[in-house]
Design a protein around this ligand. Structure first.
Ligand SMILES: *Cc1c(COP(=O)(O)O)cnc(C)c1O
Length: 639
């Protein structure tokens, strides 16, 4: 990334290219002429454009300090519409004789306001919910109002789970048990007899189709879930013996999340159809084919088959799925099933943005060097000084070798007491000046030596952000997921610094140093120099899927503040929900401290100090007030 080409004038179009915003944002975000990131929020009367800075202002007026997770409700609605409308169009245009039913997997974002919005808006499409545990089933039963919507129960199910799902059948819910193991089948039959309620049964297949990307292990022979062919036949025989074969109505598979290649999806569907045809032949009255999740998000905007992207659109996904099923089943004159998908990521990733401010910057620039070396400098410092003076385009690697050698020698002499602290400081500055000079000449080289390629990264600034990677972007730490990151303002100024972003946790993993864009992956991001007395805000985008609940309390940084907004057609902003993040007392109680007892213990320490004459009573009062206020405060950096 070469952002310092001074011959081309900087403008917001170049900013858009640099950060790839038009490529990864699916059109929901862009840059305004004022250099601010805007959301183009879909509304009933077309898109309404609102600057994120205006939303940040609104947060500040409401006392929501950074970091804040911003949820844009319009985008949840839009994504559900796109999914349902695209399937409807694909079904219509191909003459498919079956319907589509979506089921949002609650695990992808369990937050009440998100699930409630999906249930509310999804009602018009009979959009249902997928539950992978008892707790999620309880959420689904309470949130869904539409009896046409499906509830798909995946995961291991104990007798209690199964009983609850069976009771829900009595209320008219279309609640399916997807069998993951044979032992579950016994339990379903037994509970169904005991309660005298017929179940709706599905089976999860273990397909041999393999997919690319991080979740490739979710498919294939060694995948953790699903039944193999032998077990599948046992299910049919057991159900037939129990007179329940007519309950076996759904076939399910899940190849993994974030499937980058549409061809793997098509292969999976074709393989599943083979089972569908065989099972119908065996007398199972199937009517539903459930493809699970996997519909991917283009996190890096490359529209490719790398694991952070995908080579297809939602529309293409729908057309391919519909056509593959139709082609397979028509050959056998089998009626077209209801197509079910459990798309999580593709439904909610766009809706959330993590916003945070930059607190501080460390750079690796030398401070001003003297015109000449002072008296009495060590010989090695003289050598380093001469190396700096002789750096030239023709000897970059050689200069680099010399500089590194002298630097190490100087550090050794410091350790042995032969070089003073002040002279060491001077030497470190000469060393940095030399590296900067070498780095500045690199772009002019025809071929950059491998060792020098990482130089810009070594010299990159560290921007300290007011957030925790572990709490807010766990997948970036745990599985190397990239999310689009960029400043949300000042984009009409050229970003002149190269940086990595560190969080507040003081953990060496607590940083962002992999930045993807259509221009290629980079280990640094271009940012603006921070200005004294002015906040600098960054946004991490597409974080609505999986990040919230997977986040943890590393260093006791708790949940962030959350603002859910809805943007109206006239571009006015409704703050629909505001959630204040964890206080320090909250996070302490998660790890079994009782904030009140902590306060009492501290009070005793202070009181003892008064008795011992170390502090006076007024000091004591001040300390206790600070402690008590601290307990109520936000876990992040407060201004
Ligand atoms: C996780 C999961 C999903 C969601 O997958 P996405 O790729 O987020 O759409 C769907 N179904 C099952 C069974 C899952 O385990």
């Amino acid at each position: 990334m070469n952002t310092t080409e001074k011959n081309i004038e900087w403008n917001t179009r170049r900013a858009a290219e640099l950060y790839g915003i038009e490529e990864w944002s699916s059109g929901y975000f862009g840059i305004s002429p004022a250099g601010e990131v805007v959301v183009r929020a879909p509304t009933t009367e077309g898109d309404a454009t609102v600057s994120l800075m205006e939303i940040v202002d609104g947060m500040q007026q409401r006392g929501l300090q950074m970091p804040v997770l911003l949820r844009l409700e319009n985008l949840v609605d839009k994504r559900i519409s796109i999914l349902n409308d695209s399937f409807a169009q694909a079904i219509e245009s191909s003459g498919y004789r079956g319907q589509y039913r979506g089921a949002f997997p609650i695990k992808v974002n369990q937050q009440r306001h998100v699930v409630a919005e999906i249930a509310r808006f999804g009602e018009r499409y009979n959009h249902g919910l997928e539950a992978g545990s008892k707790a999620e089933l309880m959420v689904a039963l309470a949130m869904l109002t539409n009896r046409e919507s499906l509830i798909i129960c995946n995961g291991y199910k104990d007798a209690e789970f199964i009983s609850l799902g069976l009771q829900a059948r009595k209320l008219g819910f279309k609640c399916f048990f997807v069998l993951e193991t044979l032992s579950e089948l016994q339990s379903v039959i037994e509970r169904s007899r005991a309660l005298n309620i017929e179940p709706l049964i599905g089976v999860r297949l273990k397909l041999s189709t393999k997919v690319e990307g991080h979740w490739s292990a979710d498919s294939g022979d060694r995948s953790l879930f699903g039944l193999n062919t032998n077990e599948l036949v046992t299910v049919i025989d057991t159900l037939r013996d129990a007179n329940l074969l007519h309950c076996f109505q759904l076939l399910h598979f899940h190849l993994g999340s974030q499937i980058p290649n549409i061809r793997s999806i098509r292969s999976g569907v074709l393989e599943a159809c083979r089972y569908y045809i065989e099972l119908v032949g065996e007398g199972a009255p199937l009517g539903y084919l459930d493809l699970g999740g996997g519909l991917a998000i283009d996190y890096d905007g490359t529209c490719s088959t790398n694991g952070h992207s995908r080579n297809y659109s939602v529309q293409e996904y729908c057309i391919d799925v519909v056509e593959a099923i139709q082609e397979s089943l028509d050959k056998h004159r089998i009626p077209h099933p209801v197509i079910v998908t459990e798309s999580g990521r593709a439904t909610v990733a766009h809706t959330s943005i993590l916003l945070f401010n930059i607190l501080d910057v460390t750079n690796f620039e030398p401070t001003a060097l003297p015109a000449d070396l002072p008296q009495g400098c060590h010989e090695m410092i003289h050598n380093l000084w001469l190396s700096l003076a002789s750096i030239h385009l023709s000897n970059l690697q050689e200069s680099y070798n010399d500089v590194m050698y002298y630097r190490d020698k100087i550090r050794d002499f410091f350790h042995s007491g032969d070089i003073s602290l002040r002279h060491r400081v001077l030497a470190e500055n000469i060393y940095l000046a030399a590296l900067q000079k070498i780095a500045s000449l690199l772009p002019q080289m025809k071929r950059i030596p491998a060792e020098l390629e990482s130089l810009p990264q070594l010299l990159a600034d560290i921007y300290y952000g007011n957030f925790s990677v572990f709490q807010s972007l766990p997948d970036s730490w745990a599985i190397g997921q990239v999310f689009p990151v960029m400043p949300i303002h000042r984009l009409n100024e050229e970003p002149s610094r190269h940086a990595i972003i560190a969080d507040l946790t003081c953990d060496c993993d607590g940083k962002l140093q992999k930045f993807a864009s259509p221009e290629g992956e980079s280990s640094t991001i271009a940012l603006h120099p921070i200005k004294a007395g002015e906040e600098y805000y960054l946004g991490v985008f597409l974080v609505g899927a999986y990040q919230e609940t997977l986040g943890d309390l590393h260093n006791l940084f708790g949940d962030t503040n959350v603002a859910s907004v809805r943007i109206n057609a006239d571009a006015s902003i409704d703050f629909v929900h505001e959630i204040h993040g964890d206080s320090i007392a909250d996070v302490l109680s998660y790890v079994e401290y009782e904030p009140n007892s902590l306060y009492q213990q501290f009070r005793q320490t202070a009181e003892q100090a008064v008795r011992d004459g170390i502090i006076n009573v007024a000091d004591r009062q001040q300390m206790l007030a600070a402690y008590s206020e601290g307990l109520r405060g936000y876990t992040y950096f407060e201004k």
